[in-house]
Design a protein around this ligand. Sequence first.
Ligand SMILES: [Zn+2]
Length: 88
Amino acid sequence: MQQFPCPFCGLRDEREFHFAGEAGKTRPDTTKEISDADWTAYLYYCTNAKGPSREIWVHTTCQEYFAMTRDTVSMEVLSTEALNEDAA
Ligand SMILES: [Zn+2]
């Protein structure tokens, strides 16, 4: 069983975490007209990079969202960091 490092709680079992999305996506401006294709792309499409990937995860035990950089090939966690207004 793999362990992930929560920035707030330390190393925890992977079953305590939930993938929340790809980091770096920009939500469409909902005050303007948005096509179904653009909205669908924002909600469902991911880069799905092979290798290092920066993602948003939530630790369900502490309910905190954070950024995790992990290698999608080796599954190695390269880093985790708390989100703040500058990092989101
Ligand atoms: Zn935590």
